[in-house]
Write a protein that binds this ligand. Structure first.
Ligand SMILES: Nc1ncnc2c1ncn2[C@@H]1O[C@H](COP(=O)(O)OP(=O)(O)OP(=O)(O)O)[C@@H](O)[C@H]1O
Ligand SMILES: [Mg+2]
Length: 364
């Protein structure tokens, strides 16, 4: 999605990814297969790059720090990435900045968990390595420690959530920022990942303004250029808490491709190139529905494209992943409409008909 936009400006995009079948491999000007968590590989890959950016947090920070020492432009800053990569350091950062966040403890290992005597319900999070809801689980007095992943952990008090919001903030190399309207995220409790989102979030103007202000404070505190997605909880008693921040283009911003004048990918390119930031305004009511792999594994095929594209304002994105797996993000559908009824119809049709299945599956 980044390359699709970057092509319009005739910039060269080089990609490093361990998977030779990565969807971007056939789109990039240059594709290098290799591990982005290996410092030597990253340094060799980035030798001739003008600007170095990331699409995932699990990149060697040591390599990025070295590139920065060499005077190269690295976005986001390695220091911000270091804070965010470790959910423990990230939570400490929020606390130090006086940003509201769910109360937490840092715990080293299972032995430490065993001695948590409180009867309260918690959320347990791996400090490093989690992704797409993996490395996060509900945790309480009845949780069997054998079902728990390894530490170190952040143990967070469970929050009574009314709504989950995300706010995209873009910060330029000069420190100017623009912010998008908050989106509301609706989760699939089974897969623990976003089922769909709607923009703008259906909250009061006051809550929307507070969410934007909080997200901007997070990014100001990080003091780094880049695109940041700040996830927030709106609690049942009306408070906003910062949950976590992604220092990159994010699933909660995919609707911006069609729904906003300038998409999150366009903004990221503007940051890389040190160009003026783009217009974040929404063109209508938008929803983005993740197309998640149905049961089974194999070469993917999409069902329901006719039904979805038949509706006005709908767009399909298929990421070109070589294999579909149960619960894997394979693509998404965006709708941009002028009424909630149109948005609801696109949501309903996509949920019923839009399925990514292994090619071998029979329809009936
Ligand atoms: N303290 C909490 N109280 C209640 N629910 C929580 C709490 N922490 C997390 N959750 C629920 O679990 C979900 C996933 O947690 P979190 O966002 O911290 O990690 P993650 O989703 O694995 O990271 P990523 O956004 O990369 O997928 C949240 O969106 C929320 O629904
Ligand atoms: Mg999250």
């Amino acid at each position: 999605m980044f390359i699709e936009n970057a092509l319009r400006y005739d910039v060269e995009v080089h990609v490093l990814d361990p998977d030779p079948e990565a969807p971007c491999a056939r789109l990039a000007h240059r594709f290098v297969q290799g591990r982005y968590d290996d410092a030597a590989t990253v340094l060799a890959f980035a030798r001739d790059a003008d600007v170095i950016g990331i699409e995932i947090e699990h990149v060697s920070v040591e390599a990025l720090e070295e590139l920065q020492r060499q005077g190269r432009t690295v976005i986001p800053s390695p220091a911000a990435l270091r804070t965010i990569k470790d959910k423990g350091a990230q939570k400490r950062f929020y606390a130090e900045q006086g940003l509201p966040t769910a109360p937490f403890m840092l715990i080293d290992d299972k032995a430490g968990l065993a001695s948590v005597s409180e009867g309260r319900q918690h959320f347990l999070k791996a400090r490093t390595g989690g992704y797409d809801g993996k490395g996060v689980m509900a945790f309480g007095p009845d949780t069997d420690l054998d079902t728990v992943f390894d530490g170190p952990y952040v143990l967070e008090e469970r929050t009574d959530i009314a709504l989950e919001l995300a706010v995209l903030v873009v910060r330029s190399l000069r420190g100017t920022t623009v912010v998008y309207d908050p989106v509301e995220m609706v989760f699939d409790p089974r897969l623990n990942l976003v089922d769909h989102l709607q923009a703008p979030a259906r909250v009061s103007d006051a809550v929307s303004a507070e969410a934007r202000a909080l997200a901007q404070r997070v990014v100001q505190g990080l003091g780094s250029p880049g695109v940041f997605a700040v996830e927030l909880f709106l609690t049942t008693d009306g408070r906003l808490l910062v949950n976590e921040t992604a220092p990159r283009a994010h699933n909660s911003g995919h609707h911006t491709i069609e729904a906003c004048a300038s998409s999150q990918f366009d903004q990221l390119l503007r940051v890389y190139m040190d160009w003026p930031l783009g217009d974040t305004r929404l063109k209508g009511i938008a929803a983005m529905i993740n197309l998640v792999g149905a049961e089974g594994t194999g070469r993917p095929t999409l069902r329901g494209a006719d039904d979805i594209l038949h509706l006005p304002g709908t767009f399909i994105h298929l990421y070109g992943k070589a294999e579909t797996r149960t619960g894997r993000k394979m693509g998404h559908v965006t709708v941009v409409a002028s009424t909630q009824a149109e948005v609801d119809q696109a949501l309903a049709v996509t949920k019923v008909h839009g399925r990514v299945v292994p090619l071998t599956e029979r329809t009936n």
